[in-house]
Design a protein around this ligand. Structure first.
Ligand code: NDP
Length: 275
């Protein structure tokens, strides 16, 4: 009985001491979300909008961004601006941060979320694509973070990096993507240490997501059966949960393209050379 009561008391004490989310803290918060024209980034923007934040969104497609910004306003955002940018460019990452600082007078949250499109299939030596993807998915993140850090420092702000289970474990078919996510976790995990050493005001969150049913992700895994994805609709409540079955089913057998428990539909892209 003593042990049970002690555990219960410890649990209640932890619950009491745990930081609580205060919705008011997001009212008027100055937020920049990248990759916000679609998918998870779009939903993140709407999420902040519902709490009355001031939002800047970016991606490449201007027309789509305009629609997302309008929806942000209709959901309750105090302000919503958009800027089209290509994160493969040397200058656009800085340009976007400067735009946000100019429009909002500073930043409280920088949410780095964008990814460039990449094929799902066996790697056939496309080094150029890997280099390009590194620029989009990794180097632009470091560039934007560096540009925004002074403002985040001032506002005791947060840097949010949207990463993946594939930053934690290797896997077939997504070599360039997996590499960029490993790089992100290595970089921002290490930066987190350095900020702590400097007693910085800025906090870093690295989000580890499993499969979420965005259009682009589902398109990639459409030929894999028995795969379960969390929904972006659930995302409002369960953003950090993941239900990614096939990641846990290893080892992968390259030779005959089978993962125990998973079979492939006949619609597999030719590049995969299915048997
Ligand atoms: P999407 O492919 O749906 O969205 C990608 C976004 O990035 C779009 O807004 C796209 O807009 C933008 N983008 C693409 N290329 C560029 C570029 N060169 N420059 C600037 N913006 C670009 O991705 P998801 O929503 O599925 O994923 C979002 C994040 O979540 C990513 O970091 C991903 O790694 C992570 N994640 C997703 C999982 C999933 O299952 N969905 C699982 C694990 C992690 P546009 O085309 O207009 O430029």
């Amino acid at each position: 009985t003593f042990v049970i009561v002690s555990v219960l008391v410890a649990y209640l004490a932890m619950q009491w001491a745990a930081p609580r989310f205060d919705p008011e803290s997001l009212k008027g918060a100055r937020v920049l979300v990248t990759g916000a024209s679609t998918g998870i980034g779009e939903q993140i923007a709407y999420h902040y909008a519902r709490f009355g934040a001031q939002i800047i969104i970016t991606a490449r497609r201007e027309k789509v961004l305009q629609q997302v910004a309008e929806k942000c306003l209709s959901l309750g955002a105090q302000k919503a601006f958009y800027i089209a940018a290509d994160m493969a460019s040397e200058s656009d990452p800085d340009k976007v941060v400067d735009f946000a600082l100019e429009k909002l007078g500073g930043l409280d949250y920088l949410v780095l979320n964008h990814i460039g499109p990449t094929p799902f299939g066996v790697w056939e030596g496309d080094v150029e694509h890997t280099r390009w993807l590194m620029k989009v998915n990794f180097f632009s993140y470091t560039q934007m973070a560096w540009r925004a850090l002074p403002s985040l420092e001032q506002s005791k702000g947060s840097l949010v990096v949207v990463s993946s289970l594939l930053a934690k474990m290797t896997s077939p078919f997504t070599l360039p993507y997996t590499s960029t996510k490993f790089a992100l976790n290595g970089f921002f995990g290490s930066l987190n240490h350095e900020l702590a050493m400097k007693k910085s005001n800025v906090s870093i969150s690295i989000c580890t997501l499993g499969l979420i049913d965005t259009e682009s992700a589902m398109e990639k895994v459409r030929f894999v059966k028995y795969i379960q994805a969390a929904s972006t609709a659930q995302g409002q409540k369960r953003f950090y949960t993941h239900e990614c079955i096939w990641m846990t089913i290893m080892p992968f057998n390259f030779k005959n393209m089978s993962i125990p428990g998973i079979s492939f539909r006949n619609t597999a892209p030719k590049r995969l050379k299915m048997q």
